[in-house]
Design a protein around this ligand. Structure first.
Ligand SMILES: NC(=O)c1ccc[n+]([C@@H]2O[C@H](COP(=O)([O-])OP(=O)(O)OC[C@H]3O[C@@H](n4cnc5c(N)ncnc54)[C@H](OP(=O)(O)O)[C@@H]3O)[C@@H](O)[C@H]2O)c1
Length: 291
């Protein structure tokens, strides 16, 4: 029997795409792959040397593309940058809010081992800003407010043109928060709620807002060992940057709001609803393992 032909890759010719977190990991892969599929890409991050390498790569592949340095802990600077890109290119067709940061934010400065012995935690949120630990403000600023600011900045132009795509990169911890990740989990849960709400609002204006759940990807953040002491998660949730990027570029602009690179984490909310005690026990066991 003749083999079924793979459908051709979705193209983004003549599209102007801004990708944050473009200096490394998933964001870099998305920036390069978007360019390979025809888009003019503007990559955003802080590390200038990595951005220079990316820019050279984009230019080599497509003869176009640029990078911009921006610290997303300052969402106003990001909005200004997006305004300049719109001025320069006439529009932004695709915005990928990929940049993210993670900090361990234990509620207590120590954790209890299974024998009940207190063990010192890696990091403790002690510096306060208006009563809130600074780690919380920083993580929320980068992971949530910068993405909110960016999304709201590009939507009017997209709605006026009745065309546009926003991809906000969330995490499975948004749906199943893990111990010691209060700030990160809250930032991603907030991002998911915001994106879903906006997606419903702007769909009738021709704009697609998506949430990307990458599964576990062995990037700098993924391998930082902050999740469970460095043991890689199950192979059922492991994904490569290439695979996440390819899936995203095929699905974005399509009818499904969520882009799930791994299906297994979708069971966590079900387990929480249907077996709440067992679910809690598992999470509490995790809380007592050194993090
Ligand atoms: N890897 C995983 O398993 C996994 C799972 C779920 C979700 N995610 C999400 O996927 C996204 C990408 O992460 P990754 O895994 O690819 O990790 P990564 O390689 O560490 O990339 C993080 C990116 O965010 C940028 N960034 C961080 N803080 C920034 C700031 N203040 N201003 C501007 N840019 C900033 C970094 O650039 P600079 O340092 O150069 O600024 C870098 O390009 C994140 O949103 C993360 O939460 C990852």
């Amino acid at each position: 029997m003749p083999r079924a032909r793979r459908p051709p890759e979705k193209r983004y010719d003549k599209k102007v795409a801004v990708v944050t977190g473009a200096s490394s990991g998933i964001g870099r892969r998305l920036a390069v792959d978007l360019a390979a599929r025809g888009a003019t890409v503007v990559g955003v991050a802080r590390r200038e040397a990595l951005l220079a390498e990316l820019e050279a790569d984009l230019q080599r592949r497509t003869g176009a593309g640029a990078t911009r340095v921006c610290d997303l802990a300052d969402p106003a600077a990001f909005v200004e940058l997006l305004g300049k890109v719109e001025e320069e290119h006439g529009r932004i067709d695709v915005l990928v809010n990929d940049a993210g940061t993670e900090a361990l934010t234990p509620a207590l400065p120590y954790t209890l081992s299974s024998s009940g012995t207190p063990e010192k935690q890696g990091s403790t949120a002690t510096r306060l800003s208006g009563g809130v630990p600074t780690e919380y403000r920083y993580v929320l600023e980068v992971n949530f407010f910068a993405a909110v600011a960016g999304t709201l900045a590009v939507l009017p132009g997209m709605a006026a043109r009745r065309s546009g795509i926003v991809v906000n990169v969330s995490s499975d911890v948004a749906r199943a928060p893990e111990p010691r990740h209060g700030a990160y989990g809250a930032s991603k849960a907030a991002l998911s709620a915001f994106s879903e709400s906006v997606a419903h609002e702007v769909a009738s204006h021709g704009v697609s807002v998506h949430l990307l759940y990458p599964g576990w990807v062995p990037t700098a953040m993924g391998t930082s060992g902050t999740d469970d002491g460095g043991t890689p998660p199950s192979r059922f949730v492991r994904r490569s940057e290439e695979r996440v990027s390819a899936l995203t570029l095929e699905r974005m602009g399509g009818p499904r709001m969520e882009i799930n690179a791994a299906a297994l984490p979708l069971l966590a909310p079900l387990a929480r609803s249907f077996a709440p005690i067992a679910y809690q026990r598992a999470m509490r066991r995790l809380a007592s393992t050194p993090g």
